[in-house]
Design a protein around this ligand. Structure first.
Ligand code: HEM
Length: 134
């Protein structure tokens, strides 16, 4: 990811996060992708979860550009989601990234194919790491 691509990605993320229903739509799409995924959140305070995801996404972006601080955060995230904790299998991460791209496509008014590629590539770095630590 070049500096310019990173800037484009951050701007895209900014356009999404100022769009009031971005996180609602993400979780709606993510839950609709599988009853097993929806089930995992049956006792979850979704207001709190949306705030946590906002931070988690920033960590994943910074992780993909090699930030050591972000590596600590993503490492903790990988642990909480691993088989001995929340036990999140790889296929759920596939749904996660697909749902994220759909939500971004709705909320970033300037979305284009190149940005979608960059989002996919960037999120995949952190997701591969989390799956490897499963
Ligand atoms: C909790 C982020 C993928 C299910 C959390 C938390 C964060 C987070 C920040 C709060 C607890 C913590 O910090 O460990 C992310 C990110 C993901 C991701 C950035 C993508 C790489 C997934 C996937 C699932 C999932 C694919 C599949 C169902 C959950 C559940 C909780 C959780 C069930 C606990 C909710 C509760 O407290 O009731 N996630 N997550 N996450 N995540 Fe994820």
């Amino acid at each position: 990811l070049t500096e310019e691509q990173l800037n484009q990605l951050k701007l895209s993320y900014g356009r999404c996060t100022v769009s009031p229903k971005f996180f609602d739509d993400f979780y709606q799409i993510f839950f609709a992708s599988s009853p097993a995924i929806q089930e995992r959140f049956k006792n979850t305070d979704m207001e709190a979860q949306k705030a946590l995801l906002r931070h988690g996404l920033s960590h994943l972006i910074k992780f993909a550009v090699g930030s050591h601080a972000a590596e600590l955060k993503v490492n903790r995230l990988a642990e909480s989601h691993d088989r001995t904790h929340m036990d999140i299998p790889a296929w759920m991460y596939e749904k996660w990234i697909e749902s994220l791209i759909k939500a971004i496509s709705i909320h970033d008014k300037k979305i284009n194919d190149r940005l979608i590629d960059q989002w996919n590539q960037t999120m995949q770095v952190g997701i591969n790491y989390m799956i490897a630590k499963y």
